[in-house]
Design a protein around this ligand. Sequence first.
Ligand code: SF4
Length: 224
Amino acid sequence: MDTRERLLKFVKVVKGLYEHLGEEEAPVKLMKRVKRRSPFHALITTMLSVRARDEVTHKVAAELLERAPTPEALCSMPLEEIERILKPLGFYRQKARNVKEAACRIVKEYGGEVPDTLEELLTFRGVGRKVANIVLYNAFGKPAVGVDTHVFRIIKERWQLLPEAKKPEDVERFLMENLPREMWGEVNRYLVGFGQAICKPVNPRCETCPLREECPYARKRLRP
Ligand code: SF4
């Protein structure tokens, strides 16, 4: 079986597992509801999720966006108030500045609408490729692959499909080259949920994982 066939087979198994995971074990599922409300909700929620746990981000984003559901409302909210709401998140001061600035730019430069191209999204402070790609898919249905630490770890270290990967862009390119376009957007969610619940950063649950016979990491780890 070549690399592409193994990738497709593994992703298919993970997709099946994802469907049965609960929101508590795979909190990425909580995020879907907030992100799907509007492009603005998707952008702000994804910006807040960087280096934060999904269950915390979900609560904080829900409170912020209830108080300020539009770019206009968030732009006019005092910075101190945004900081107070974002306090449970790491880097909350920086994130508060970034989301307020993003909201004001959307109002002033884009007529209140979140822009829908990678190039434009990358000009916002606090938006890197991962955030931009997740927004492009969730808010606009554009095929784009978001690579976070779960996706990177699983592809590079656990499944060892791209052991030479140095940065998230390497894995992004690999997934785009080897997965059909219609799977680009969802692969992030499947792998993140799988990484949160089963293929965890520390102590992955290899003993009960359906991929253990074929997974190079598990074969080494479980070898008697
Ligand atoms: S067998 Fe272990 S390392 Fe491999 S995919 Fe499953 S949980 Fe991850």
